[in-house]
Design a protein around this ligand. Structure first.
Ligand code: NAD
Ligand code: UDP
Length: 332
């Protein structure tokens, strides 16, 4: 568990130099993680300079090394539950920092609650100081184990605040409430995206989420660990589709919350079988106990995103899994 401001990667450009040219500047908390990596890349492709602030609790040094090849990228190792001070102008603050995989947030329950609460407060404070657009990475977990299916943004959710997943779910619900309060009290320009299960290259093979776990197991011909009967469902979105949706929210006028996800719902058993077949693996499927409060179903209602952002997912589960498997074979 790292913390504190400990320096800037070698190849990065000092922020003062960044600010000499008239490019927009984004602060990305959690930029060394899976979604953060792809978001930083996209911002730089769009001509935006990026300052990534991450304490590497679940992020990856490889991601940082690859991002640091860009001249427009700078990294500060810092725990965002402590105040964030950045010199000069900032146009966007994207608050992505938070453990996101259930095993990760179960290992770090207090850090998870702190990054969703104190971390969001600090990121909002930075946005207020800089008059920057603030974007919160919220989650489908705000709907908990949903009693409404599929889940529209108007659904208030079914969350167990004292269950194991409560540390993540409640911190994100608090983060949404705080974001709304900053908008109303300080006139901040805020955006909230509720991200549904997203996958792709650069997930940690050992992060414990279903897709990286199943792919890693299948590539090694090891047993595929399906929890419960595998009848619980999820709807998996490929990373490039999600990034397009976040970019549209960031640069558009809509406050959200807006669901971003794929509507193709599969059972976890179907997912396991698909991964085994696409990898061409000899792995057998084995059953493991279902974790407490594991949502039984999940599928986003994305009519709002389609209408407001003219956004919808394009990559099929099969194509996305193939690209992810290829990446895990070579780099994972
Ligand atoms: P990830 O674990 O790969 O990345 C999270 C990043 O945040 C890591 O680099 C980690 O080191 C950093 N971080 C955590 N606590 C921090 C702190 N206190 N200070 C600084 N950095 C900190 O997870 P991800 O899948 O990339 O998720 C990114 C964001 O998107 C999270 O906020 C998550 O809740 C949200 N989200 C993701 C998904 C998904 O399917 N991937 C779904 C819903 C929501
Ligand atoms: N899961 C599983 N085996 C694993 C990891 C996860 O069966 O090795 C199940 C998990 O119980 C859940 C689903 O796969 O029902 C998706 O889990 P993930 O951790 O990817 O995301 P969640 O949607 O639960 O946050």
């Amino acid at each position: 568990m790292a913390g504190g401001r400990t320096g800037i990667l070698k190849r990065s450009v000092p922020l003062k130099k960044m600010q000499k040219k008239k490019r927009k500047i984004a602060v990305v908390t959690g930029g060394a993680g899976f979604i953060g990596f792809h978001m930083c890349e996209r911002l730089m492709e769009e001509g935006v300079r990026v300052l990534c602030v991450d304490n590497l609790i679940t992020g990856s040094k490889n991601n940082l090394e690859d991002l640091a090849r860009h001249r427009e990228f700078e990294f500060i190792r810092h725990d965002v539950t402590k105040p964030i001070y950045v010199p000069g102008k900032v146009n966007y603050v994207l608050h992505l920092a938070s453990p996101a995989s259930p095993p990760d947030y179960l290992k770090a329950p207090i850090q998870t609650l702190k990054v969703g609460s104190l971390g969001t407060h600090n990121a909002l404070g930075l946005s207020k100081e800089k008059r920057a657009v603030f974007l919160l990475a919220s989650t489908s977990e705000v709907y908990g184990d949903p009693l409404v299916h599929p889940q529209p943004e108007t659904y208030w959710g079914n969350v167990n605040p004292i269950g194991p997943r409560g540390v993540y779910d409640e911190s994100k619900r608090f983060a949404e409430a705080l974001t709304g309060a900053y908008r109303k009290s300080h006139g901040l320009q805020t955006r909230i995206v509720r991200i549904f299960n997203t996958y792709g290259p650069r997930m940690r093979p050992d992060d414990g989420r279903a897709i990286p776990t199943f792919i890693s197991q299948a590539l090694k011909n090891r047993p595929i660990t399906v929890f419960g009967h595998g009848s619980q469902t999820r709807s998996f979105c490929y990373i490039s589709d999600l990034i397009e949706g976040i970019w549209k929210m960031l640069t558009g006028r809509h406050l959200g919350p807006v669901n971003l996800g794929n509507q193709n719902e599969v059972s976890i058993l179907q997912l396991a079988e698909k991964v085994v077949s696409l990898v061409g693996s000899r792995s057998k499927i084995v059953r493991r106990p279902l974790p407490e409060d594991d949502p039984k179903v999940r599928r986003p209602d994305i009519r709002l995103a389609r209408r407001l952002l003219t956004w919808g997912p394009r990559v099929s589960l099969e194509d996305g899994l193939r690209m992810t498997i290829d990446w895990f074979r070579t780099c994972g």
